[in-house]
Design a protein around this ligand. Structure first.
Ligand code: GAL
Length: 418
């Protein structure tokens, strides 16, 4: 049997745009309508209207924590125009969560922006941070019953997808802009930390992919380290040091802090050297770590979660696994995925790493950004034609783990790693 510490929290994670539906004032919605994004989020899971049912379900399944995001564009659909009914709705969600003993973790930026903010240049321009400041102050003054706040979700994914690969809004391909956005996000995090720190525990959520060298050759080994630095460490170190080594160039930012670090972990990548300065001499690809691939095309590599914990432990802050999950309709495989990753989390705790909780991605199937509704990440299945919620077997097994804070031998034997 594997026993987790009493204070350890087990929860699930979602994000506003992926579940709420009708997020009409943000940039993703806009580009979904223009066709620059391949899929439309539409009503998503209709969670904006069904949040009571969803939170009741979470409670009945036995989950002890819930990570979700506030949609900035709902609070401020137009510049300077605050919608108090949206604040009220989020406060109702928080009240309900607290009444059920579910610990909330709120994300402030989960990829989407109010369209008006993006139209002003978004995080490309430092002077725009005054608008972010206003949003964060509103959260501090009006949002009641939160405990943990993550300022940003996966800032480097946002920077890469929106400013290097040009696949997500605002569809740009510029290392210079990407670097500027990276610096401004650190500034924005540090601004938010100062505003919120007396009322909440304030952290940041970072996707920590594992970069492996594509060969034993020196140049490839160096490339793997370089990818790790560019994507993982330079950003995080910049929060505390005040010096950001960005993708391109160095930036001075005010020194800041974080009360905790959220780790999102999914899979591993290989890095190799390529003789192309435009690619920063680096080629990064999905690693082939398991014969079977998820519906995202990702390998399953459970020991990577231990490595991710080990990596961020250098910052000496409490760690939450804020996302970890699998896109599949084979629910037995999902159970296996959860159990195996939790075995490695447990090992990390035993080895002395300060891991405080695990949030499974996701509570329910949802809108997977530029992949649409096809990938099924949910513990709970969504029938998108009726919005019926159907907990999968994994939802119950994970609920047992959450309630008892242990994984029983029969589950370990059937689904775990030897
Ligand atoms: C993360 C992201 C989530 C979710 C997940 C699965 O990068 O934060 O919003 O989409 O990946 O792909």
């Amino acid at each position: 049997m594997l026993k987790f510490p009493e204070h350890f929290i087990f929860g699930t994670a979602t994000a506003a745009h992926q579940i709420e539906g009708d997020n009409k004032s943000n940039d993703w919605w806009h580009y979904e309508q223009t066709g620059q994004l391949p899929y439309k989020s539409g009503k998503a899971c209709n969670h904006w209207n069904m949040y009571r049912e969803d939170i009741d379900l979470m409670a009945s399944l036995g989950y002890g924590a819930y990570r979700f995001s506030i949609e900035w564009a709902r609070l401020y659909p137009q510049e300077g125009n605050r919608d108090d009914s949206a604040i009220e709705r989020y406060n109702k969600m928080l009240k309900l969560l607290n009444s059920k003993g579910i610990t909330p973790l709120i994300t402030l930026h989960h990829f989407t922006l109010p369209l008006w903010f993006l139209s002003k240049g978004g995080f490309e321009r430092e002077e725009n941070l005054k608008h972010w400041e206003r949003y964060v102050e509103t959260v501090r003054d009006e949002i009641k019953g939160g405990m943990y706040i993550a300022t940003f979700n996966e800032p480097m994914v946002y920077v890469m997808a929106g400013y290097i690969e040009g696949q997500w809004p605002p569809f740009k391909k510029s290392v210079r802009l990407a670097s500027r956005v990276e610096a401004n996000i650190i500034r924005a995090h540090n601004i938010a930390y100062e505003i919120l720190k007396d009322k909440f525990k304030v952290g940041i959520v970072k996707n920590i992919p594992i970069f492996l060298s594509s060969s034993p050759q020196q140049k490839d080994l160096k490339s793997a380290k370089k990818a790790d630095d560019i994507f993982n460490f330079n950003f995080l170190s910049g929060i505390w040091s005040g010096k950001l080594k960005a993708i391109y160039g160095n930036y001075r930012v005010p020194e800041g802090d974080a009360d905790f670090l959220g780790v999102n972990y999914y899979t591993a990548y290989t890095a190799r050297h390529v003789p192309n300065p435009l690619k920063l001499f680096l080629q990064v690809e999905l690693a082939d770590m398991s014969p079977r691939k998820t519906d995202m095309g990702w390998s399953v590599y459970p020991e990577g979660i231990y490595k991710a914990i080990e990596k961020v432990s250098r910052y000496e802050r409490p760690i939450f696994i804020t996302e970890n999950g699998i896109a599949t309709t084979d629910d037995d495989w999902r159970i296996e995925f959860i159990v195996k990753h939790l075995q490695h989390v447990h090992r990390a705790i035993k080895d002395g790493y300060d891991v405080r909780g695990y949030f499974h991605w996701s509570f329910m199937d949802n809108f997977e950004w530029d992949k649409g509704f096809a990938p099924r990440f949910g513990l709970v299945e969504i029938d998108y034609s009726t919005f019926e919620r159907k907990p999968r077997k994994s939802a119950y097994i994970y609920g047992e783990i959450s309630k008892t804070k242990e994984i029983k031998n029969e589950i370990l034997e059937r689904y775990g790693e030897a």
